[in-house]
Design a protein around this ligand. Structure first.
Ligand SMILES: [Fe+2]
Length: 387
């Protein structure tokens, strides 16, 4: 009972008979609060419409009645059931007890017909004071419990509504965030693609600049790039590595830009001094490219494209695994393309001789894995240089 936290309940007693009203006063007003019983604040009315007004006022004053005892017949005014119905229109929570001395009244039928049947009870006259106290106490406590239940229910609904709103909000923010990230990712991807295109165009422009000075080897770097890329694909290397090989091969002779044009176009074999000048192009290429921030080690690949597996190459004399794998692929592609093409100082040696060269020096000068892949694409996959 303490949990219900009541102090006193408002009771409405309506009867046209002043003796009965006095009786209510005597029964409920003399009741003092105790551990077992609540205190009651009694309001008496003699007519139904007066009672409806009292309920309206109680509602406006935010001091609602818990229970209303209503006499059934109250001439000349409306009866107790009309009063009960009107009262419930104003305050649907009030519990009404219709008190009647007429035994003929069909209580259950009237109760079932009422829209507020769960808030309508009947009590027969003559009543015992104890009945009034018991009805007032039990119904007030029920009224209080229902009030608390409604409050808890409303609180719970508010909480659910609040949490739902929060969830909807965070869901919306999350969606926006996901959309933003998707857009940013797309923009990044687009700018990455544009950068790649710009980089390839730059490489091509550099490559053309080198080959403009050396018309006899025009297209050499592009043909080496195509063959090196096909070898890399045959070896099933990762896409990014294939791209780095293609890019490095496309400019592997960039260092030749530092050579005198006469050497590049000289139609007779070169002297020893001229050969060492030509060999310096690997280091020169590295020097040009080392400052450029490529996504791959392009400068190192270019530097090492004339290294040989047995350490007999240049400029560093690197051997075996010390030579980056990308350079080992470009090396084989470079040798094959050079031998198969015409040079200022000699006609084409031919594709058969070129392939013979890499087979004879497989594992000595050239990486065996790369040689095998190169042979396979020429012999089994009909690779050929365009033009
Ligand atoms: Fe070269």
């Amino acid at each position: 009972m303490k949990d219900l936290n009541y102090k006193s309940f408002r009771i409405l007693a309506v009867d046209d008979d002043s003796t009965i009203r006095d009786l209510y006063q005597g029964i409920l007003k003399s009741n003092s609060p105790s551990a077992a019983l609540p205190n009651f604040e009694l309001t008496c009315c003699s007519q139904g419409d007066e009672a409806v007004e009292a309920v309206k006022r109680s509602f406006e004053d935010d001091a609602p009645f818990a229970v209303a005892f209503l006499d059934l017949n109250m001439p000349p005014g409306p009866d107790g059931e009309w009063t009960a119905e009107e009262i419930h229109k104003v305050d649907p929570r009030i519990i009404t007890v219709v008190v009647t001395g007429y035994r003929s009244t069909n209580f259950s039928k009237t109760g079932q017909q009422a829209r507020f049947s769960d808030k309508l009870l009947y009590l027969q006259k003559p009543f015992h004071p104890r009945e009034i106290i018991q009805f007032a106490t039990a119904l007030s406590i029920k009224w209080q419990a229902q009030k608390q239940l409604l409050t808890m229910h409303a609180d719970l609904e508010n909480l659910v509504e609040q949490r739902t709103a929060e969830l909807v909000k965070s869901n919306r923010l999350l969606k926006i965030e996901i959309e933003n990230r998707k857009r940013m990712q797309q923009e990044l991807q687009q700018s990455f693609e544009s950068l790649k295109i710009a980089m390839h165009s730059t490489i091509q422009a550099i490559s053309m600049t080198v080959e403009k000075r050396d018309p006899y080897t025009s297209g050499h770097q592009q043909r080496v790039a195509n063959l090196a890329k096909t070898i890399a694909e045959e070896l099933e290397l990762p896409e990014s590595q294939i791209e780095s090989i293609y890019m490095a091969a496309g400019i592997h002779d960039i260092g030749k830009i530092s050579l005198p044009a006469e050497i590049l176009v000289k139609p007779i074999p070169l002297s020893d001094i001229e050969i060492s000048l030509v060999q310096a192009h690997a280091q020169a290429g590295y020097d040009i490219l080392k400052g450029i921030d490529f996504p791959w080690a392009i400068a190192d690949i270019v530097l090492q494209h004339h290294e040989r597996m047995d350490g007999s190459g240049y400029p560093l004399g690197l051997a075996g695994d010390n030579i980056v794998f990308e350079a080992r692929i470009i090396c084989v592609a470079d040798v094959v393309e050079t031998m198969a093409s015409h040079r200022p100082y000699r006609p084409s040696i031919g594709m058969d001789k070129a392939l013979e060269e890499i087979v004879n020096n497989r594992g000595v000068l050239y990486d065996p894995q790369v040689v095998d892949a190169c042979l396979k694409i020429f012999k089994e996959k009909d690779f050929s240089f365009p033009g």
